[in-house]
Design a binder for this molecule. Sequence first.
Ligand code: SF4
Length: 338
Amino acid sequence: MANKDTVISVEDLKTYFRSDNGLVKAVDGATFDIKRGESVGIVGESGCGKSVTSMSIMQLIRRPRGDIEGGKIMFTRQNGKTVDIAKLNPNGSEMRTIRGNEIAMIFQEPMTSLNPVYTVGAQIMEAVMLHQKLTKKQARERAIEMLSKVGIPAPKQRVDEYPHQFSGGMRQRAMIAMALSCDPEFLIADEPTTALDVTIEAQILRLMKDIQQDFGVSIMIITHDLGVIAEMAERVNVMYTGKVVEHAVTDDIFHNPKHPYTQGLLHSIPTIGRKQRLTPIKGTVPNLLTLPANVCYFAPRCPHAMDICTKQEPPLYELETGHTCKCWLYKGSKEVSA
Ligand code: SF4
């Protein structure tokens, strides 16, 4: 349940898509929350439902093929009122006030997210003029201020340049400036460093951490890269086939992982000085169109799979305070609702 310290509380979220071949349950019962000023990671392979979760929070699911079929997305707004985003009209005025203003998003590929025919400054100005009701002159000053805050050199000149005149790292900085220009409560960063090389990635992660402290914004960081999680997140939700299968503080995820999927992800990371071969997770994420009902979907890839795993879906167990895991290996622990 949402409380005053919680910015976003996602409860049993179900987002499905109707394809010509059947129903795809991209997010199927995801539950997690994010507190004020906190950064929380969502991690998993491609196709686990991470990005669909973020698109659901932004009400950007393409209808009529896709829709939020169940659950709640409780968002505590800047005025202190809590609203269920899942129930809002995606094109209604309340959602348009929230989207880009109170909840902002940094996308993974800035070159495709920035409009190539408008200057970077014009794109930042558009958001602040729309949401903050600033004049054109005030909006331009705000755009220059934001470009300066994210470390763009000579912002007074750069504000009139086009995205193709920026380097990859600068474009991502500009995206961050745009996302923060309306002073949002909650920022979703969807694979924010995937398209960048490692030195620029380190700079952008540093910038996001500074921004979190300076602006006090809550961040949901979506990534398949556990290095980014280690750098950025205080708590982690591990997603598999649309469900959160493990949740814990970041230290526990790295040093005391409980779910075989989390363990597999960690064993797949190359580390300096490692002597043994990497142990990849066998197989791939299953086809969401052909998932059997009421089983553990990780069973075909799991080295610990038991009979019960292919007969019954495991419940969510609380192993210790704040550490939950959806796996039959922990049968006998306290069951909690997912
Ligand atoms: Fe593996 Fe069974 Fe746990 Fe699924 S429930 S992760 S198959 S041990």
